[in-house]
Design a binder for this molecule. Structure first.
Ligand code: XMP
Ligand code: MG
Length: 183
């Protein structure tokens, strides 16, 4: 038998249909809030890519896109708060309406660093948008302007989120079977 990614999934937390519906609503809200303006969306690589692609198409005002890649020092699946920029923006930020797009806010440390960093480049406005929010593990207070779903403290994959670079292409948010993490 051919191994399918689905065999590794314990359960679906957020279905494809739920994602589609929620992202359509977020797009409408963002379009209203920024009516008459243009947005520069900054996606945080790599997890935000799939969400950002769908969100951008749910927005009906002009959207430019750019990306940043950051890495947090420290081991395992939790961030240390020390963030290093691996890939900086290609676009300038000054005077633009910036919307940072994240896959998930966990400790909040990555976002906290990113927002401070972008703020120092003098945008006209700065807001953030995340597909998922895991408030139970928050270490610093961050203001979330647009939140897709608040989820309990599970490690989730799919729709951009990975485990060891796998499962990003699952079309839903899911939880893996414990056996997947065993060596
Ligand atoms: P913070 O700094 O908020 O970091 O702790 C958020 C980043 O941590 C990763 N992360 C996850 N990745 N499933 C994942 O695939 C998860 O459940 C998860 N929780 C946190 C992710 O890269 C996010 O940008
Ligand atoms: Mg990330």
């Amino acid at each position: 038998m051919v191994h399918s990614m689905m065999d590794d999934v314990e359960r679906v937390l957020i279905s494809t249909e739920e994602l589609k519906q929620r992202i359509a609503d977020m797009g409408k809200q963002i379009s209203q809030d920024y009516a008459g303006k243009e947005i520069l969306m900054i996606g945080v690589l790599r997890g935000a890519v799939i969400f950002m692609a769908d969100l951008a198409r749910a927005i009906d005002i002009p959207v430019a896109i750019d990306f940043m890649a950051v890495s947090s020092y420290g081991a395992g699946t939790s961030s240390s708060g020390v963030v290093r920029i691996l890939k900086d923006l290609d676009e300038t930020v000054e005077g633009k309406h910036i919307l940072v797009v994240e896959d998930i806010i966990d400790s909040g440390l990555t976002l906290n660093y990113l927002l401070d960093n972008i703020k120092s480049r003098k945008p006209a406005s700065l807001r953030m948008c995340t597909l998922l929010n895991k408030p139970e593990r928050r270490k610093v207070n961050v203001h979330i302007d647009y939140n897709g779903f608040t989820i309990p403290d599970h490690f989730v994959v799919g729709y951009g989120l990975d485990y060891a670079e796998k499962y990003r292409n699952l079309p839903f948010i899911g939880i893996l079977k414990p056996a997947v993490y065993e060596p």
